[in-house]
Write a protein that binds this ligand. Structure first.
Ligand code: HEC
Length: 117
């Protein structure tokens, strides 16, 4: 009888522990990097977008390079106003295509946050 009492108590303690652990895991979910307003860095978020969506036409010698030559962070900050205008306002770039809503939001946040490296 004494033996049964102990194991019932242990089962109850185990269940309570599991319930707590599960609840904590749900509360501490990290924010996704695409969340509007989250800190956006050039290296982690913006550089991959520009490399995939702009570099093909804007690297040195390509069709778009006369208008603007892409060569990493400093080439973007140096022409920030023209890039903002083309990508976020007129949406004329990327030429012949468009960026996802997530990429547009990331680029907007990055400019708004002062172009963090
Ligand atoms: C398919 C080729 C192509 C792609 C992709 C492309 N561009 Fe362009 N871009 C051009 C060409 C060609 C020009 C010059 C003629 C023009 O303005 O339409 C240009 C012009 C520009 C200009 C100058 C506009 C102005 O008004 O002074 C900027 C800034 C620019 N592109 C930024 C970008 C950015 C940022 C991306 C990526 C999001 C991008 N482009 C993607 C071909 C492209």
């Amino acid at each position: 009888m004494k033996q049964r009492k102990i194991s019932a108590g242990m089962v109850l303690a185990y269940l309570l522990l599991m319930a707590c652990t599960k609840k904590q895991a749900e509360e501490f979910k990290p924010e996704a990097p695409e969340t509007p307003g989250a800190k956006v860095s050039y290296a982690a978020v913006i550089d991959p977008i520009f490399k995939a969506r702009c570099n093909g036409c804007h690297s040195a010698g390509r069709s778009g390079s006369v208008a603007w030559t892409f060569s990493g962070l400093s080439s973007v900050t140096a022409d920030a106003d023209r890039i903002k205008n083309a990508v976020l306002v007129k949406k004329s770039m990327p030429l012949g295509g468009s960026l996802s809503a997530t990429d547009l939001q990331s680029i907007k946040d990055w400019f708004d946050q002062g172009m963090q490296p």
